[in-house]
Ligand binder design. Structure first.
Ligand code: TXA
Ligand code: MG
Length: 336
């Protein structure tokens, strides 16, 4: 008989083995939640067919009940059983970017629990590419509704330990796939209209999508859009410590605040682009790297690390590539 009682993190956090995947499947079938790694961030997985599992997911996260969830499937899952895939450009997007860090919002066939989409007629579908995610999704062979596995408003988790820090033993299992490589959430794209519209920026950019479909816009620039992404209006990504943020160029003000903090016997850390770290020699610095992809991979890890300090200071960066726009969006919300 399997002992289900959980007394410490080593029992909740599990390696991805056949035995643990079998147990994960049992939990999911029973409506329990299983956290799993993806290439972007960790997800808090719930059986998308079970109302109670979805309810628990919203409840444990403290998530507003008008912010819909993404349904995750393995790479061989026939998504046309869940949503209407009837436009040529939708098929081109699936072929080009799935599995990968993208979520497509389609018109729903209404097969999963209504609670997943919070009453909307659409359903968001994602096919994560990481091996850990694929193993889990293949083992359960069910659509899994999963928000990022953090408490609402907190920084999204990129390690199993981050998930444990937020939920502890309130969930029976966290599958450990190591640190997520992508580091920020998937690009959410509305594909219900004549062309794709980005609702949430991510690692797959508008330029990359437009190369495939010819046209792609951002929701905030597009007046033709009536189905906005409800999640984007909420507070997000905040580290559990005091924060401050400064314009690029104002590095002297950063140093002044840093020194003031230290003189009060408190600790501080500065989060900045690699090229700007030279201004802060001898101070605690968390470098985000140089390119948009490097910054994405480091941002949430850095924000969680910053919680060890009394003050986290963000030093803004100029945008030199398109992924940096996606990073900036989270950076400003976290420090904002
Ligand atoms: O990378 C990711 O997307 C991660 C991993 C776990 O897959 N998941 C994630 O989920 O970031 P969450 O719940 O933190 O964010 C889901 C986003 C929200 O902004 C939500 O509003 C939007 O997707 N969304 C979900 N369903 C939608 C729908 N039917 N229409 C419009 N937006 C939707
Ligand atoms: Mg989230």
């Amino acid at each position: 008989m399997t002992m289900l009682s959980t007394t410490n993190d080593s029992i909740v956090i599990r390696q991805i083995t056949d035995e643990n995947l079998k147990l994960a499947k049992e939990y999911v079938l029973q409506g329990k939640l299983v956290a799993f790694p993806t290439e972007t961030v960790y997800g808090l997985g719930a059986n998308a067919f079970l109302d109670d599992a979805i309810r628990q997911c919203f409840y444990l996260k403290g998530r507003p009940t008008d912010n819909p969830l993404i349904v995750h499937v393995h790479k061989d899952y026939d998504i046309s059983t869940l949503v209407y895939v009837d436009k040529p450009y939708q098929k081109e997007l699936i072929k080009a970017f799935m599995p990968g860090p993208i979520t497509l919002v389609f018109n729903s066939r209404g097969k999963v629990s209504d609670l997943v989409s919070c009453g909307l007629k659409t359903l968001a579908i994602r096919m994560p590419s990481s091996q850990g995610a694929q193993s889990f999704l293949k083992a359960v062979n069910l659509p899994i509704a999963a928000p990022s596995a953090n408490l609402s408003k907190h920084t999204s988790p990129v390690t199993a330990e981050h998930v444990f820090a937020d939920f502890g033993q309130k969930i029976p299992m966290i599958l450990d796939g190591g640190r997520c490589e992508g580091g920020i959430e998937s690009t959410v794209v509305d594909v219900t209209g004549d062309y794709p519209i980005i609702l949430r920026k991510g690692l797959v950019t508008a330029q990359m999508i437009a190369r495939v479909t010819g046209k792609c816009t951002y929701a905030n620039q597009d007046s033709s859009l009536n189905a906005r992404s409800p999640g984007t209006k909420y507070k997000h990504y905040c580290p559990k410590t005091q924060t401050a943020v400064f314009e690029h160029g104002n590095f002297e003000d950063v140093i002044k605040l840093y020194n003031q903090t230290i003189s009060q016997n408190k600790t501080a850390v500065i989060m900045c682009r690699e090229q700007d770290a030279c201004h802060f020699k001898g101070l605690n610095v968390f470098s985000l790297g140089e390119t948009g992809n490097q910054m994405a991979a480091r941002l949430y890890f850095g924000l969680r690390e910053a919680e060890r300090f009394d003050l986290a200071i963000g030093y803004k960066f100029p945008i030199t590539d398109e992924v940096m726009l996606s990073v900036e969006n989270r950076f400003l919300k976290a420090f904002g």
